[in-house]
Design a protein around this ligand. Structure first.
Ligand SMILES: NC(=O)c1ccc[n+]([C@@H]2O[C@H](COP(=O)([O-])OP(=O)(O)OC[C@H]3O[C@@H](n4cnc5c(N)ncnc54)[C@H](OP(=O)(O)O)[C@@H]3O)[C@@H](O)[C@H]2O)c1
Length: 254
């Protein structure tokens, strides 16, 4: 299936690893030219131009704004900050942690989207916001889930305001995805494994049952990237304002 992305220009935030890196690769494989944004240097590869920028700073947002008009913006940047990862509930998350979680998961995306919106409108482009099942259910930590819930609302608001002018906005909602956050000992799962006193490989075997992943496995980043790439493409030209869950069946509500 030709997704008609050849010649399109895309920005993917948080693209040095995980879902963002897989999305940059997938979009480039479909013929798009991708600006891949992260703080650490990314190796240039065919179809992928690295942009080194910290998107929670004004300078970082300005660096992305300077890229000019684009057709596709994938706001993939986000995650649980280390302080909140191990927090023992709501009372253990202080103002500073809330603020930094919202900078990373919401405000950086608001600013990048605002900066690129004129060009996206000129090209009748598309914004794909990468959320989390934490937006849809009360999984801890609460700062992360509420920031992602706000992101879902932002997607819908963008769609309502700008779809009449040709812009599409969509949410992709991953569940547990086998990125470094799960596979590296220093990541989210590594911390939970240490708290449980279980080696990480053994701990990971318990995750599907513990989290209710009906398919029995974590999602691969490339699977989420394929969904994002389809939604970003003209093949999905009449889809806007909708949320697309890729979680192996974790969310049980209809
Ligand atoms: N993995 C999961 O299980 C899962 C589940 C649900 C939702 N999600 C969501 O999916 C998205 C991607 O998750 P992931 O697990 O693939 O992420 P990841 O592996 O932790 O990668 C995060 C990316 O963001 C970049 N980054 C972090 N802070 C940045 C900043 N201030 N400015 C610019 N870039 C920054 C990182 O590179 P540098 O460190 O080099 O900057 C990296 O490329 C996130 O929004 C996350 O909330 C993930």
């Amino acid at each position: 299936m030709d997704l008609h992305l050849t010649g399109k220009t895309a920005v993917v935030t948080g693209a040095s690893k995980g879902i963002g890196a897989a999305t940059a690769t997938a979009l480039a494989a479909e013929g798009a030219h991708v600006f891949a944004v992260a703080r650490s240097p990314i190796a240039a590869r065919p179809g992928v131009t690295p942009v080194t920028a910290d998107l929670v700073t004004p300078e970082g947002v300005a660096a992305v704004a300077a890229l000019g008009d684009v057709d596709v913006l994938v706001n993939n940047l986000g995650g649980v900050i280390p302080e909140s990862m191990g927090a023992a509930g709501f009372l253990a998350i202080d103002d500073d942690a809330w603020q930094r979680t919202y900078e990373l998961n919401l405000f950086a995306t608001v600013r990048v989207t605002r900066a690129l919106l004129p060009g996206l409108l000129a090209r009748r482009g598309v914004v794909v916001n990468v959320s989390s099942i934490g937006a849809r259910a009360a999984f801890p930590p609460v700062d992360y889930g509420t920031a992602k819930a706000a992101l879902n609302n932002l997607t819908k608001a963008l769609s309502e305001e700008f779809a009449p002018r040709g812009l599409r906005a969509l949410t992709v909602t991953p569940g547990p995805t086998r990125t470094a956050n799960w596979s590296d000992p220093g990541g989210y799962a590594g911390q939970l494994a240490r708290e449980a006193g279980t080696p990480l490989p053994e701990f990971l075997k318990t995750v599907p049952a513990a989290m209710g992943i009906t398919t029995g496995r974590l999602t691969e980043p490339e699977e989420t990237a394929a969904l994002i790439t389809f939604l970003a493409s003209p093949a999905a030209a009449n889809m806007t304002g909708t949320e697309h869950v890729i979680d192996g069946g974790v969310l049980k509500t209809v």
